[in-house]
Design a protein around this ligand. Sequence first.
Ligand code: USQ
Length: 382
Amino acid sequence: MRVLILGGDGYLGWPTAMHLTTQGHEVAVADNYLRRRLCREEKVDFLNDVPDLDERAALWQLISGHRVAVHVGDLNEWDFVAEVFDKFRPQAIIHYAEQPAAPYSMLSRKTATLTLHNNLSVTANVIFAVREFCPDAHIVKLGTMGEYGTPNIDIEEGWLDVEHKGRRHKFLYPRQAGSLYHTTKIMDTDLLWFYVRTWGLRVTDLMQGPVYGLFTDETEKDEGLLPFFNYDEIFGTVLNRFVVQAVAGHPLTVYGKGGQTRGYLNIKDTLNCVRLSVENPAKNGELRIFNQFTETFSVNDLAAKVKDSGNKIGLKVDIQHVENPRLEAEAHYYNPCHTGLLDLGLSPHYLSEDVLVEMMEYVIKYKQQIKHDQIYRNVKWV
Ligand code: USQ
């Protein structure tokens, strides 16, 4: 299939691009390097050096023989969007092109409005471009488990059957996000659902939990193919941060009581979930929703696992409960369903000591570059 990946420079976008080429798909990526710019502005560094998209595509072609077509530009700009869609005429679009960090969205008015404008206007442009250039194409949109929040009942996959005063109706599962970033993802879902009903678009919304790891079958072929790796408080996700903290000798920063529970997945499983969704498209006029994670852990569980694995390779790892900068439940019920992707054939890579040790051994090579002052900045929600 011709697959267009929006946000192809990102932590997940670039590994997805390589992976899909190995499965016989024709892949194009688009990105405006927003994430790199925001990291520079916020003075946070990636752990590793990451070549730009043209350099990575050239390296990947040299190593694998597979081609990724690169388009550098801003997906907020309709002319750029129209040019890319008109030229490539995708059969599937994977939409990662969003400001993805909850703490960034909570920094200031400026970062809040950037998150709102970027995320919603790119989603709207994708919808209009599909309508104009490839109305039968399947949109695979990265949503987030954070759209649901932490309700005191089981979380279904996207939809809820409601019986009210003797009558029944199926609704989108109630959403109540805990950050502005997560709220923009709810708005994305609502926009897509509106145009699914109105224009009969075909959409898969992947409600993804926090992702960890760096290594995939493709990134392992050369260090220049690895995705960028954030460990700072703003753009780093919790398990990647804990691995870097363990190596740096920084106490693991458990926010508050540490009972916050989420659904996690290995980066390898993100690629497989996205590929399975592309290869088994939603029907016209269908908004299909999958909960995309493989295991649930509390922050305390993750800290204990990182401490144990670190100790096995001789690292001294301390755990510290720090003031929670976020407004979130620190002890709560959490039982989300996640059978849809397993039914499509997902075979999960679970979090093991081997996975953590492999990550730590990679991070050890960059130990001297870790900047301790970027680890805990205390970006407050309130
Ligand atoms: N946490 C700590 N210590 C830290 C960092 C985080 O205790 O040093 C806690 C947070 O308070 C939170 C949990 O770990 O309870 C997860 O935080 P996170 O930063 O790993 O993830 P989050 O901000 O929720 O966002 C990430 C991605 C986002 C994706 C989301 C999936 O950045 O793009 O949508 O995970 S989910 O969390 O399921 O909504």
